[in-house]
Design a protein around this ligand. Structure first.
Ligand SMILES: Nc1ncnc2c1ncn2[C@@H]1O[C@H](COP(=O)(O)OP(=O)(O)OP(=O)(O)O)[C@@H](O)[C@H]1O
Ligand SMILES: [Mg+2]
Length: 655
């Protein structure tokens, strides 16, 4: 007896072909979309489940050519069939490059579902066939070899021309294996990264839940767009620019590309890098042409979003696209020229990007120089050169975004004027290449510097508060002091720092003063002392006559006044104010029973009653705390420590 060997396939081979390769719904469904393209569909609609449950389905419906019963058998159910070889005589696909080649794409559905149901109507004969594939049944029985596996059919309808207009294929995925319901918007955006539609074909639409996917993922905040932003002398030899696209030849084959740089680093890996498309479909998800080593402008990789259309990669007799279809097999010699071309292009674009980025920042600086020019001009010309030189150096540090750069440039100018950091700034202006070390040193110093400026300002405020306290103690509570407070509301407390005099509501204030009886009260001179606002908040301040002791009656009238004003403001829909606070300041508060709790209750209702002494002590302690916080947030610095010490000494004297 002659011995013989045979090759056997286990049903589980399908696991390797389908399940394991396409676990993301987008990757799996992209294969079904590709099949619709190959079937010459004008439209394919993916319906995602609203919720995940046992009966949830994903439906992919196309209006392509469908399949005859015979084609279901010979084409669909023939795993591993290469249609490009077997269909050599088939009519050309209305100018569309054929995407299918491996004969396994349909199995991608098993990556996310256990059951695939196919319902197809042939555009040639009107035959309708419905059958389903269940991965568990296919996997169950042991070996498949020559003995074919029976497939469950539920509908077999013979040729009928009246059904031809209904041509198309609907694939229903059941027993879904998703851990999470796909978000339709995110899914549509991801899908649109896998298909270049408007550039390649205007007769194919992909819809998600009946809504077309975005044609071009609009990454917001694009700063540079090549080839459009090439300057005439930068256009590489052999490149033709057509609209937004560059067209050139790589080893005699056409390559079309567009590379954009975002203004800020692109957050998602899915969108960062350059993708390669064959026909409408992605063949290589975003990457950097396998560039390695350190590059000029390397940092720019985080900002790139590029598209390369290289149809020829999928037209070699050998298949260069890896089985999971996310990557081109760059080990293959056929792929080498594209890789080398891509590396060269990417490198040169990164270099151009780096220069442009520095220019853009410098230009921005020039635009803003009006703000600084007066200050710069006050410097002797040699100094002016040093300072603007330092700022320009800074403009070339890619790690700084526009805002950081602007504030640092501002700090440099201020630092120079303050006579500080001159050595460091000179060094910055001198360095050939701004390194991270120099930058960090500069940042640390400017941080101290900024704190120092703030600290000095706070220090000055504390001095003023002390001065004011003295005048009030000497009973010099004159209009000048009130006016001064109106100009410097921070004297009341740091929280009022941004408040400004408010005149729009003076009519309402007069009315409220009248209605509350304050207007006719001699102790109260009958006029509003101070009305201020910031944002949606109004603050009214009343100062009592010097020497006057605040009593129940005053407090009641004041509260009435604020409440009446609140009602009037609320009734006036034209005003943007949503909060009205009041502050009553007197030399003394009567120490009568019940007074303290009355004052307490009012303060919870946004009405404060304070003695001058308390008011100033509160402002002083809050500003001192601010000064302390400033010191603790900033690296140790002797100048800062000296200011804090001075403030503590002062506080002790004042106490
Ligand atoms: N939606 C469809 N409409 C019509 N025919 C289809 C459809 N889906 C699949 N087919 C037929 O079934 C065949 C097998 O599809 P499958 O995706 O497994 O392989 P392929 O597309 O030929 O190659 P690849 O594995 O590279 O995708 C296709 O070649 C096509 O003839
Ligand atoms: Mg396919």
């Amino acid at each position: 007896m002659t011995k013989k060997l045979e090759l056997r396939f286990h049903g589980r081979i399908i696991d390797s072909l389908g399940i394991q390769m396409y676990q993301s719904p987008v990757a799996a469904l992209a294969e079904l979309v590709a099949n619709a393209w190959d079937a010459k569909a004008g439209e394919v609609d993916i319906t995602l489940p609203r919720a995940l449950h046992e009966k949830a389905t994903i439906i992919v419906k196309d209006n392509g050519d469908g399949m005859t019963f015979h084609e279901c058998q010979e084409h669909y159910l023939n795993v591993g069939r290469n249609r490009r070889i077997d269909d050599a005589t088939s009519p050309s696909l209305s100018g569309r490059p054929v995407l299918g080649r491996k004969g396994i794409g349909k199995l991608a559905g098993f990556g996310i579902a256990d059951v695939l149901e196919v319902d197809t109507t042939s555009g040639k004969t009107g035959e309708r066939t419905v059958f389903s594939l269940d991965i568990n049944a296919l996997r169950d029985e042991s070996f498949v070899s020559t003995s074919a596996r029976p497939i469950a059919t539920s509908v077999i309808e013979d040729p009928d021309p009246s059904r031809i207009p209904n041509k198309g294929t609907t694939i229903t995925l059941r027993s879904l294996k998703l851990s999470q319901r796909p978000n339709p918007d995110r899914f549509a955006r991801s899908m649109s990264r896998r298909f270049l539609l408007n550039q390649v074909a205007d007769n194919f639409r992909v819809l998600v839940n009946s809504k077309p996917i975005p044609e071009d993922v609009e990454l917001s905040g694009m700063q540079f767009d090549f080839p459009r932003d090439y300057r005439p002398n930068e256009i590489p030899a052999g490149v033709t620019v057509e609209g937004d696209w560059a067209i050139e030849e790589v080893e005699g084959e056409e390559v079309k590309w567009r590379v954009r740089f975002a203004e800020y680093p692109i957050g998602t890996d899915e969108f960062r890098g350059i993708s390669i498309y064959c026909g409408p479909k992605v063949a290589q998800t975003p990457f950097f042409f396998n560039l390695s080593g350190s590059l000029d402008g390397q940092h720019g990789q985080q900002y790139i979003s590029g598209i390369v259309q290289a149809d020829f990669i999928d037209q070699f007799p050998v298949d260069l696209i890896t089985t999971e279809r996310q990557r081109i097999n760059w080990e293959m010699k056929e792929a080498k020229p594209l890789e080398e071309w891509g590396q060269a292009r990417t490198k040169s674009l990164l270099t151009i990007w780096k220069d442009r980025r520095a220019e853009a920042k410098t230009k921005e600086l020039d635009d803003k120089v009006g703000r600084f020019s007066e200050r710069l001009n006050r410097l002797p010309s040699s100094e002016r050169q040093v300072v603007s030189g330092a700022i320009r150096k800074l403009a070339q540090v890619p790690a700084l975004d526009q805002d950081q750069f602007a504030s640092l440039a501002e700090a440099i100018l201020t630092a120079w004027e303050g006579g500080r950091l001159q050595k460091l700034i000179e060094r910055v202006a001198d360095v050939e290449n701004m390194t991270e070390g120099v930058l960090l040193a500069l940042l640390a110093e400017t941080q101290v510097l900024t704190a120092l400026h703030t600290a000095e300002a706070v220090r000055a405020k504390l001095d003023i508060i002390t001065g004011l306290r003295e005048r009030i103690e000497k009973k010099e509570l004159e209009n000048a002091v009130r006016d001064f407070i109106a100009e410097h509301p921070w004297l009341l407390s740091p929280e009022w720092e941004t408040f400004r005099k408010e005149r729009k509501i003076s009519g309402l204030v007069e009315d409220a003063l009248g209605e509350s009886g304050i207007a006719t009260d001699i102790e109260w001179k009958g006029r509003a002392d101070l009305v201020m606002s910031a944002g949606h908040e109004v603050l009214v301040v009343e100062f009592m006559r010097p020497g006057l002791t605040l009593d129940y009656d005053h407090i009641d009238r004041f509260a009435r006044y604020v409440r009446i004003l609140r009602e009037k403001i609320a009734a006036n829909s034209g005003l943007k104010f949503s909060k009205v606070s009041g502050l009553l300041v007197a030399e003394n508060l009567a120490k009568k029973p019940g007074m303290a709790s009355q004052i307490d209750a009012l303060s919870k209702d946004g009405m404060g009653c304070l003695e001058w002494r308390q008011l100033l002590a509160k402002a002083e302690s809050q500003w001192s705390e601010f000064l302390d916080a400033l010191g603790s947030r900033t690296p140790k610095d002797s100048r800062l420590a000296a200011l804090q010490q001075a403030s503590e000494d002062n506080a002790r004297e004042g106490a």
